[in-house]
Write a protein that binds this ligand. Structure first.
Ligand code: MN
Length: 201
């Protein structure tokens, strides 16, 4: 089996002005496509050909760097596209809002801690909101690792992720990662994040 790149669940320009159309075209059409193509090359003729992407990333510590990086890249980006939507953002509600308040004190305190995780990830990586032992937690990972991987410092089930690689923001925000992370909150699909939380808890 080989992996394929699914179309975005919305138009490339749908997240304007927060995430610009050119960034989305290159990020999805070039970067994510390259992870898929390189993953397929790396697993060709190996035992990984019969595995799901979840099975591959779960065993990141015992697979080649090419499979770990490109498999993580494929999983992370598929998850990331679904974490965003046009006409989204704002504040979460319902059970998710309650869980965020319980874990972090308030929605603003949560955003501050998540932004800090993204800002303090040196180089390339991801900031995550995860379910860990039935509670919400925040962590970050380097490169294309994620909290599902056996090698992760903090393991859990991701329910929201922000890509903090420069390719995710440089065309519009240049070196200003903080401005990109501020804009990210305008496109978070809280309905999907809540569904993921309910499934994980
Ligand atoms: Mn990316």
């Amino acid at each position: 089996m080989s992996f394929t790149l699914a179309p975005l669940p919305y138009a490339y320009e749908a997240l304007e002005p927060h995430i610009d159309v050119q960034t989305m075209q290159i990020h999805h059409g070039k970067h994510h496509q390259a992870y898929v193509d390189n993953l397929n090359k790396a697993i060709a003729g190996t035992e990984h050909e019969s595995k799901t992407i979840e099975e591959i990333v779960a065993h990141a510590g015992s697979i080649s760097a090419a499979v770990r990086n490109n498999g993580g890249g494929h999983w992370n980006h598929t998850f990331f596209w679904a974490s965003m939507a046009p006409n989204a953002g704002g504040a979460p509600s319902g059970k998710l809002a309650e869980a965020i308040d319980a874990a972090f004190g308030s929605f603003d305190a949560f955003k501050e801690k998540f932004n800090l995780a993204g800002m303090t990830r040196f180089g390339s990586g991801w900031a995550w909101l995860i379910v860990k032992d039935g509670k919400l937690d925040i962590c970050s990972t380097p490169n294309q690792d994620n909290p599902l991987m056996d090698v992760a410092d903090v393991k859990g089930t991701p329910i929201l992720g922000a890509d903090v690689w420069e390719h995710a923001y440089y065309l519009k925000y240049q070196n200003k990662r903080a401005d990109y992370l501020s804009a990210f909150w305008n496109v978070v699909n809280w309905a999907v994040v809540e569904e993921r939380m309910m499934a994980a808890m």
